[in-house]
Design a protein around this ligand. Structure first.
Ligand SMILES: [Zn+2]
Ligand SMILES: [Zn+2]
Length: 182
């Protein structure tokens, strides 16, 4: 379907709103209508320092409402409120030990620009657009693997929850997992 996305066409260029084609969600993918997205310094780095091949839709602190699900999605249904986080593979030794933040496939999945299967969710004028952090939340809709989503209560404000996906959990994790354990 057609969505509006904030696209970075080339390194260091201003982000531009464009109409982009987003694929239907399949298998374990969830399609989310975006309500809010935080802006993190890593988005600026993605724009200016070629973390991911261009063009790219940045954004990795998305929060929204589930609009559609792939046929193998187990944990979510249409209407659920969700916060998105980083991509992780779920099957490497670090993921299986309970440390998905240090997933051995982290760089490929979050900065490689492609989906887990090696394809693309987005097209701009028939050409693929890079995925960022498995979500590309600077858009009206996003496709996300279900394991990268967290369901949240519907009475909470998604605008305030969005930065939990990166900034708040990164800071809290530093204090709780490193400072307080040493
Ligand atoms: Zn971030
Ligand atoms: Zn992993």
């Amino acid at each position: 379907m057609k969505i509006t996305a904030a696209v970075t066409m080339e390194q260091g260029q201003p982000i531009e709103f464009k109409e982009v084609e987003l694929a239907d969600p399949k298998d374990t993918e969830v399609q989310v209508r975006m309500v809010a997205s935080g802006v993190c310094h890593t988005d600026h780095a993605g724009r200016d320092h070629a973390l991911t091949p261009y063009p790219v839709i940045l954004g990795h602190e998305g929060a929204g409402v589930v609009e559609a699900i792939g046929d193998r999605v187990k944990e979510f249904e249409v209407g659920d409120h969700v916060v998105m986080s980083y991509a992780h593979c779920g099957h490497c030794s670090h993921c299986l030990s309970g440390y998905p933040t240090t997933c051995l496939n982290f760089n490929t999945l979050n900065f490689g620009g492609q989906t887990e299967e090696g394809g693309h969710y987005h097209e701009l004028e028939g050409e693929p657009v890079s995925l960022f952090f498995g979500q590309s939340s600077f858009a009206t809709y996003a496709n996300v693997e279900e394991k990268n989503l967290v369901k949240v209560p519907k009475d909470l404000d998604l605008v305030k929850l969005a930065p939990l996906g990166c900034g708040i959990q990164t800071g809290a994790g530093t204090v709780l997992n490193l400072l307080m354990s040493n």
